[in-house]
Structure formats: structure tokens, C-alpha cells
Write a protein that binds this ligand. Structure first.
Ligand code: 4AD
Ligand code: MG
Length: 456
């Protein structure tokens, strides 16, 4: 069906005075005795276009202007009295009827209510804006890496090794339940892959393989975590951006992470001004100022040990008490980013015992060259580290965690054959979209959220 995108009609002069065909869904409408008006949206822009109907001279079906109805309109593009353009309708055809019980009525629905209808909520202004920002940001991520000699690689989603070692892997199996197996090993040996398999929690290990050949790589795809955390920041299936860079130490990768965040936010600001204005109005006052300072000011870099000192001296009563060696909880992260620094903070050099096996061990014997990027309102958006390039130290860390060397044979080979210092990070794509839009629940920035006890 040949037609013109509403975005083009609204943003280009070339259509003025011309007859065009457009398609879309009715978002609002009103009829008087002689005139009728409908706002049409086809999803290409946040703004709707107004269709003006001279009722005395234009025939149209009685149900055409009901909310949610899909229409094809032919008409002339004219200047609107309030500025911009509108369409003087010549003919109106219903493509899809929409009865009055359509759940999206004119009033503003809460995000919680809209979550009960993931198949319809995408037709609201909020989700129109969220998913355009998401799409533009995905493009910006590719642009960032592609223009800097990174190779985009596609790692497997089904894997035999748990990268984070946190026991949060979903199992992948074709095995029916059976009592006859003597032990787990025998059970898995009979399974599709002949061993235990699961959905990848991170592409890092395969990313490191690729980086040892292509130097700079990135992956951008889903990761899966069977975490039993019912929070506004966790989903079981999230999109993960994971660059891996050879010949880079922790300070190099911190620089890259900061530069990437600034660049992709800058691109969204340039390409989605309407959407950001909408979020500023409805979700986070001061959003645009916040984004401006993110792109123009340096992020903070704070040693973990110093962070613990700050927390202890804060005089705050935290639910989780603070001691050197403890993992930072949401309340601690919020205090540091929202009350102390009021900007993104890289917390560096965490205690070895609370972090993953692959992180480079610092000379102090207690900490690792790792960093989390914490931001106000969301918390951790990036997990990052320099990798342990020394085979002996890596084996030692695995032994301490009771890991099976055989499962990581390929990974260990990387330390035998031309090992180099290298670093990488994982950015939670939904988390940064929350940060940029001011939407406070991760379930509202992904098409179909997967969370504990909920799937549809
Ligand atoms: O900190 P994480 O666990 O780090 C890794 O997986 C590393 N292997 C990454 C790497 O170095 N290549 O996860 C990275 C980021 C987190 O900072 C967070 O933003 C996001 O992934 N993330 C989640 N996002 C949504 N829901 C979840 N359940 C998430 N778990 C992690
Ligand atoms: Mg982390």
C-alpha cells in the first residue's frame, strides 16, 4: 500500500499543497455538525497529524473516527492555523475497525495498568517515545563502535560455561524428567549436547576469544539471568552491550566506557529532542539538564575503599551495614551517586572475594582491577574489569571458587597462546534507557519483560 510516513509529512516542506496518502491509527477525534477532526499516528513520530474533514462534502464510514481504528486517508497537505501542517481529507477508508471496548481510552493510564497489555501499550505516546529512543540508542551504539575499528561479533546464546559463576544460568534441555539416572552427570550426558548447557549470562568469554584476534570487538545481544530478584531494575532477559579491548588496562577501559556513554547519549539528544521533551514533562523534571551535564562533565572515579569510608562517615542508618569487604547494596549506591556526587561514578578496585574469577588481581593481593559505573536513579549500569591475563593467577582464582578447569579449557588456552593485557565491560541496555528516559521500572523499557513468575 503506497503511502507517506507521517513523520515525513510533519517535517518536510516538499508535501505542502500536494495530495498524499497516509495510514495510521486514530488517537483522538471530535465531530461537530459540519466538521470532523481526527489525530492520526502511524508510529513514525511522537507527534500526530490532524485530519480535517468537511462533513458536508466528504463521505466516510460512521465508525471511522473511533479511537484505535486503522485508517487510510487521501487528502491535501495544508498549513494548519496553529502552525505546522494538517490534512484536508478527500477520502477515508477503514483498514481495521476498532470497537468502543478498546482498552486504550483517552485518559492517561498508569504504567502498571499498561503492563497488563503489552500488545497494546506500544500504541501509547509513552511507549512510542521509549521505543524510538531505544531504537536510536541501539543505532548510536553500533555507530560508536563501528566508527572506531571495533568488529561486531555474534556470540552463542547457548553455552556450556557460566561466565559470571553466580549460578544464575537458565538450563537448556530436551530431556524429559526421569528417575532412572544415577547422578547428574549421567543425566546431562544423555541430553542434547551431551553435557549440561544453559543460556548465556554474558558474552564476555567468547568476546575475549574474538578480541585476541580482532583487537577490539563488541557484542550486542540478549543475556539471560535466572536471578530471583523482583526489583524495578532486573529482568531475566536483558540486552547486553559488551566491548572487549586488547592492549587496554583498567584506566583505558574506563575512558572508553565514559566516552561511549557520552557519545550515545549525545546522539539520542540530537535525534530525539521531541521524545526527551516528553519524558522531561511526564517522567523526570530536569531530565534534559541532567543529560547535558552527563555529556559535558567528567564522571567521578572513586576507589572502593574510599567509598566504604564515605559510607561509614555518612552518619546514615543503612539497612545493610557497611564494612570493607561487603558488596555495595542499592541504598549504598544511591547515597554515593545521588547524595554525594550527583553524577555518574566509577567505583574501582573492589575486594576480590565479591567479584568474578576472571578479574585481574591487584598487587595488594586483596582487590581486583574492576569497576562498576553507578548512576543516580538507576544504580549500576556497567560492570567492567581488566581481565587476569596470567594463567597461574587465573587458575588459582578458579580453584578458590571450586570451578571445573575443563569447562574453561578454551578460555585458559587464551592465556597460553599470546596472552595480552585486555579489558572489557558490560552495559545493561535497558538500564541506560531507564537513565535517559527517566522511566523508573525496567519492565517499561523492554517490549516483553521476563521476570520471576511472569511471562506472556
Ligand atoms: O555486572 P555484570 O554481571 O557483568 C558482566 O556480565 C560482565 N561479564 C560484563 C563484561 O565485562 N563483559 O553485568 C553487566 C551489566 C550490569 O551492569 C547491568 O547493567 C546489566 O548488565 N544487568 C542487568 N540488566 C537487567 N537485568 C538484569 N538481571 C541484569 N543483570 C545485569
Ligand atoms: Mg555487576
Amino acid at each position: 500500500m503506497k503511502h507517506t510516513d507521517i513523520k515525513c509529512l510533519l517535517t518536510s516542506d516538499e508535501f505542502l499543497g500536494k495530495e498524499v496518502t497516509l495510514c495510521g491509527w486514530v488517537r483522538t477525534s471530535r465531530e461537530s455538525k459540519t466538521m470532523a477532526f481526527a489525530e492520526l499516528n502511524d508510529g513514525t513520530s511522537l507527534k500526530h497529524i490532524q485530519i480535517v474533514i468537511d462533513r458536508e462534502n466528504t463521505e466516510y464510514p460512521a465508525t471511522a473516527l473511533r479511537l484505535g481504528t486503522a485508517l487510510k486517508v487521501v487528502g491535501q497537505v495544508v498549513e494548519a492555523r496553529q502552525g505546522g501542517v494538517e490534512i484536508n481529507a478527500k477520502s477515508i477508508e477503514i483498514l481495521g475497525e476498532c470497537p468502543p471496548e478498546y482498552p486504550l481510552q483517552k485518559k492517561r493510564h498508569t504504567l502498571e495498568y499498561l503492563r497488563t497489555m503489552p500488545h497494546l501499550r506500544v500504541r501509547t505516546n509513552t511507549f512510542n517515545a521509549v521505543f524510538r529512543v531505544r531504537s536510536v540508542m541501539a543505532g548510536a551504539i553500533h555507530n560508536y563502535f563501528q566508527s572506531r575499528n571495533y568488529t561486531y561479533v555474534n556470540p552463542p546464546l547457548i553455552t556450556g560455561s557460566d561466565c559470571e559463576g553466580a549460578g544464575e544460568m537458565f538450563r537448556v534441555t530436551t530431556q524429559p524428567f526421569a528417575h532412572e539416572y544415577k547422578n547428574e552427570e549421567e543425566y546431562y550426558a544423555n541430553d542434547f549436547f551431551g553435557k549440561k548447557a544453559g543460556l548465556s549470562v554474558s558474552a564476555q568469554l567468547e568476546g575475549e576469544v574474538a578480541a585476541m584476534a580482532f583487537g577490539k570487538i563488541y557484542t550486542f545481544g540478549p543475556s539471560f539471568r535466572a536471578e530471583n530478584s523482583n526489583t524495578p531494575r532486573h529482568v531475566a532477559e536483558f540486552w547486553h552491550v559488551e566491548p572487549e579491548v586488547a592492549f587496554a588496562d583498567l584506566s583505558d577501559i574506563i575512558e572508553i566506557a565514559e566516552d561511549m556513554i557520552k557519545s550515545i547519549i549525545g546522539e539520542v539528544m540530537e535525534k530525539c529532542p521531541e521524545e526527551l521533551k516528553f519524558f522531561e514533562q511526564h517522567f523526570e523534571k530536569g531530565l534534559i539538564d541532567k543529560l547535558n551535564s552527563i555529556v559535558s562533565e567528567d564522571f567521578e572515579v572513586l576507589d572502593y575503599t574510599k567509598a566504604i569510608e564515605i559510607l561509614k562517615e555518612s552518619g546514615k542508618e543503612f539497612v545493610y551495614p557497611v564494612e570493607w569487604g561487603c558488596d555495595l547494596q542499592t541504598e549504598h549506591e544511591r547515597y554515593i551517586t545521588e547524595e554525594v556526587f550527583k553524577k555518574p561514578v566509577f567505583v574501582t578496585n573492589y575486594p576480590m572475594d565479591i567479584k568474578s574469577f576472571y578479574m585481574k588481581q591487584n598487587p595488594d593481593g586483596k582487590t581486583v582491577a574492576a569497576t562498576d559505573l553507578l548512576v543516580p536513579g538507576v544504580g549500576e549500569i556497567i560492570g567492567c574489569s581488566e581481565r587476569e591475563a596470567d594463567l597461574e593467577k587465573l587458575l588459582d582464582a578458579m580453584k578458590k571458587r571450586g570451578m571445573n578447569e575443563e569447562d574453561y579449557a578454551d578460555y585458559l588456552d587464551l592465556r597460553r597462546f599470546g596472552s595480552v593485557p585486555h579489558s572489557g565491560f558490560g552495559l545493561g541496555f535497558e538500564r541506560i534507557i531507564m537513565y535517559v528516559t527517566g522511566i523508573s521500572n525496567i519492565r517499561d523499557v523492554i517490549l516483553y519483560p521476563r521476570t520471576v513468575g511472569s511471562i506472556r
